[in-house]
Design a protein around this ligand. Structure first.
Ligand SMILES: Cc1ncc(C[n+]2csc(CCOP(=O)(O)OP(=O)(O)O)c2C)c(N)n1
Ligand SMILES: [Mg+2]
Length: 555
């Protein structure tokens, strides 16, 4: 519970308690926590908070739909480690916001969601815009509460500490109507550090070593906790020292090079059946920061023992998987302990692994004469610098990107594979650009996801920075269409239009460059990345490549 956090974390910045309005207090408090932006759509009650932000620190970023505010705050939270902050007004503002806030829950980001809450006496009565925000946010947050006027400092310190603590997630704070203008007397705390993670027990470490030593074919399965806790170097060292394969979840891409001799592929996405050949040979799985929110262990793991190195206990069907060792606590301690073992000789055929890897990537080479998603990925990879960030949406294209895209650094590829909401990619690119202004940022979205978020082109225009949005225009909700095909029954509801839509020159002031061939895409992307502002590249693609590559077996 929230009360268990110690308010002495976050010492007073300014010794003296000061009197000011709550709106002024909240904005000063957030600034001291490294919060540079609040994403949302305003309301009458929010005006006092915007007045308090007049010096632009933090800055209010107006979006077209509050869901975008939640997605941008999620990505901002990932990339900075500080809570991303978003706002929505009473009722419909809050429901829109909740779609983005769910991403912070299931994609694991520290986030503070603010809403203007109706007065307590009106909840349950029939009144314009009024619903119960506490009930609304309960299933999409780590914690939700209504702000009280007494001891505001402790309430906010606890909220930030809880948002950042393992596993990070969203906290919803309902701001009672009219609170912004009320006076409070409180001090501004300094930066609140993430709560330290305790070390795993000696007993768990020694059992882990025993299991590792006695296995013949251990497999490292790496998930998104490893990105958050910066475990990449240690994981690569272990893989190299013992010459063992590594599989990743989609959100862990970037932790090990796709050309590394120990790399076995990404779970769940394209050509997962090739990755499964490696998985099914393992006689021990060592999950490292493996968060099953992306893909449950039992969906791909052979029935062998599991060592789960993470900050939280393993979630798996314990009737089927009976030999599970949780090594809970700071994963670095467990990984360093593995590295102290003498070099061991395992039974993996690393030559065969290389052949499988090469075979997999050769199948991502575009076929001559076809301009499909594979050509888009190939050309973009040639053009995007290594420090670039690619965000993507949710659809058939995500399954391809997850496996085919070569990711040059952690957080180099951003996707929502826990919440998996269409509409994520465009806001994610804007959040990434604000968090990392020096990095080139590009988004790939399907046309269905683009339709959900087209109004955000106005947001991108206002932000004014160079972001390239590639829309894969295949006139279909292709992922669902492929699922229809698999069932042998194509029914209605997946054709977005009967023909390619006319491409406008501008979308809310953002130029749109069409591309329907390798050459036109190359020149459109070159022009787009050279621009000072946002640019849309609308790629008219043939989607037939997906059919052979995605929705394959995992076991
Ligand atoms: C908000 C939301 N609604 C519906 C879905 C289910 N869904 C997953 S992928 C998809 C189709 C996406 O189509 P598009 O954006 O065109 O991408 P494509 O599959 O064509 O690459 C749908 C409807 C979802 N994940 N999220
Ligand atoms: Mg589509």
């Amino acid at each position: 519970m929230i009360n268990s956090y110690d308010s002495s974390n976050g010492k007073k910045l300014e010794d003296m308690d000061q009197e000011m309005t709550f709106a002024q207090y909240l904005t000063k408090f957030l600034k001291a926590q490294g919060v540079k932006y609040i994403f949302g759509v305003p309301s009458g009650d929010w005006l006092s908070y915007m007045e308090a932000m007049e010096d632009g620190d933090p800055e209010f970023v107006l979006v077209a739909n509050e869901a975008t505010g939640g997605f941008m705050a999620t990505v901002y939270g990932w990339l900075t480690g500080n809570p991303g902050v978003c706002y929505g007004t009473t009722g419909p503002g809050a429901t829109n916001l909740s779609t983005g806030v769910g991403s912070a829950l299931l994609d694991r980001a520290p986030l503070i969601a603010l809403t203007t809450e109706p007065p307590a006496e009106m909840v349950g009565r029939i009144t314009q815009m009024v619903i119960d925000h506490q009930t609304l946010f309960k299933p999409v947050t780590k914690h939700t509460f209504s702000m009280q006027m007494n001891n505001v400092e402790k309430q906010l310190i606890d909220a930030v500490a809880l948002a950042k603590a393992e596993v990070p997630g969203p906290i919803h704070i309902g701001l009672p109507q009219g609170m912004g203008d009320m006076n409070v007397t409180a001090a501004i705390p300094s930066f609140i550090e993430r709560e330290a993670i305790s070390s795993p027990s000696d007993e768990a470490i020694s059992h882990m070593k025993e299991q590792f030593i006695s296995s013949k074919k251990p497999l490292l399965a790496v998930g998104l906790t490893s990105i958050r806790l910066g475990l990449g170097d240690l994981i690569v060292k272990i893989a190299e020292k013992f010459d063992i394969p590594v599989v990743l979840t989609p959100m862990a891409k970037g932790l090990i090079d796709e050309d590394h001799r120990c790399y076995a592929g990404v779970l769940f996405h394209a050509l997962s059946d090739i990755v499964a050949i490696t998985n099914m040979q393992a006689d021990l799985v060592v999950g490292i920061g493996y968060d099953p929110v992306e893909f449950n262990y039992e969906s791909w793991m052979p029935e062998v023992p599991l060592v789960h190195i993470d900050t939280t206990a393993c979630d798996i069907d314990k009737q089927v998987y009976t030999q599970i060792l949780d090594v809970l606590g700071e994963p670095k301690v467990a990984l360093e302990a593995l590295l102290t073992l003498d070099a061991l000789s395992f039974d993996w055929d690393m030559q065969a692994l290389q052949t499988r890897r090469e075979d997999m990537f050769s199948r991502f080479e575009p076929k001559p004469g076809v301009f499909g998603p594979l050509s888009v990925l190939k050309i973009l990879r040639e053009i995007l610098p290594d420090d670039g960030i690619l965000t993507c949406d949710v659809g058939a294209h995500t399954h391809l990107i997850g496996q085919a895209w070569k990711t040059k650094h952690p957080y180099g590829q951003l996707m929502s594979n826990g919440w998996s909401s269409m509409g994520f990619g465009i806001p994610a690119a804007m959040g990434a650009k604000l968090a990392r202004p020096e990095a080139p940022v590009v988004c790939i979205t399907g046309d269905g996801g683009y339709m959900m978020m087209a109004g955000e082109m106005a947001t991108a225009k206002r932000i004014g920075k160079n972001i390239v949005f590639i829309v894969l225009s295949d006139t279909k909700l292709e992922l669902i269409k492929l699922k229809q095909l698999k069932r042998g029954k194509v029914t209605e509801g997946t054709d977005l239009s009967t023909e390619q839509p006319q491409i406008p020159e501008y979308m809310f002031g953002v130029p749109v460059l069409p591309a329907d061939s390798t050459e036109s895409l190359k020149s459109a992307l070159t022009e787009a990345f050279a621009s000072d502002g946002p640019v849309i590249v609308q790629a008219i693609i043939d989607p037939t490549e997906y059919e052979d590559l995605i929705l394959r077996k995992h076991k």
